[in-house]
Design a binder for this molecule. Structure first.
Ligand SMILES: Nc1ncnc2c1ncn2[C@@H]1O[C@H](COP(=O)(O)OP(=O)(O)OP(=O)(O)O)[C@@H](O)[C@H]1O
Ligand SMILES: Cc1ncc(COP(=O)(O)O)c(N)n1
Length: 264
């Protein structure tokens, strides 16, 4: 069985972060492991508190995982501060991790900052260069490039700029903004539009976490970058289409929609 590690924050309400990642990995047939960067107190209406791991304890989690069950892929989500970013960068380099998917989480769907302002530069200098693929949404791509993105042409320009800056691939997610469910992949100098059917569902809490974890699962299984993303999009479309409706705000998706309901 292939093994995938998520390095991210915990969402106690289960829709995003570590919880979304583990559910996604399970549904995609890989063994899931986690190194927790922070505990968040949040639900579908907002983020009400963040308690970070210490850098030492995060390093200890990473050493425990890498020295025992070496992951075939790694997904990085919410990492809010400079010391945590440095520990992750140092550990992934030391352990020679591969198939690294970085979701540059900055602000939650509910509008809370999940990345401290001074950590943005560290994320760009220390983690993005290690990634096999980075998966910014439109606002994140705007921050990373410093340009405004309000059209497909501007998505293409931003993807090229980021693709020339970093060694890995770049996936700019259209999401619920410029281009609906149409995402843009820049991989080795080539642009590919990955067009999806927009599903009318306002419950999109955790879509970014889910997509990046599904991509990491597919890379671990040996699929190419483009195929890994196509399969991840198919998975997330199914999870949105399942139409789960929980909570008072933008609710979570049904991550287990494809898992048979076995009566043990
Ligand atoms: N309504 C939708 N119908 C179909 N696909 C969607 C929809 N909304 C988002 N997606 C897809 O979900 C994936 C995640 O994109 P999105 O832009 O929502 O990420 P994000 O903004 O990082 O997510 P998050 O809400 O976790 O911050 C992308 O592949 C996107 O195309
Ligand atoms: C721990 C954690 N990680 C990531 C997100 C982003 O997900 P979303 O933008 O859907 O709120 C989140 N809300 N919480």
């Amino acid at each position: 069985m292939k093994c995938v590690l998520t390095i991210a924050g915990s969402d106690c309400s289960g829709g995003a972060g570590i919880q979304a990642d583990i559910k996604t990995m399970e549904a995609n047939g890989v063994y899931a492991m986690s190194a927790v960067t922070a505990l968040t107190a949040q639900n579908t209406t907002g983020v009400y508190g963040i308690m970070e791991s210490t850098p030492e304890f995060l390093e200890s989690q990473l050493n425990c995982v890498f020295s025992d069950i070496f992951p075939d892929a790694v997904k990085i989500g919410m990492v809010s501060s400079v010391p945590l970013i440095q520990v992750i960068g140092d550990s992934l380099t030391k352990w020679k991790a591969s198939n690294i998917v970085v979701d540059p989480v900055m602000v939650s769907t509910s509008g809370s900052r999940l990345l401290k302002e001074d950590a943005q530069a560290a994320l760009m200098e220390r983690l993005l260069p290690l990634a096999s693929v980075i998966t910014p949404n439109i606002p994140e791509a705007e921050v990373l490039t410093g340009m405004s993105i309000v059209s497909e042409e501007q998505m293409e320009e931003a993807a090229c700029r980021l693709g020339e800056l970093y060694p890995g691939a770049v996936l700019i997610k259209g999401g619920h903004q410029v281009s609906d469910a149409n995402d843009l992949l820049y991989d080795q100098g080539k642009l590919v539009w990955l067009r999806g059917e927009r599903i009318d569902n306002s419950n999109t809490h955790g879509t970014g976490c889910t997509l990046s974890s599904a991509i990491a699962s597919n890379l671990a299984k040996g699929f190419s970058m483009e195929e890994s993303i196509r399969r991840a999009k198919a998975y997330i479309s199914g999870a949105l289409r399942a139409g789960l409706d929980l909570g008072k705000g933008s609710g979570p998706m049904d991550h287990g929609y494809a898992i048979p309901d076995t009566d043990f």
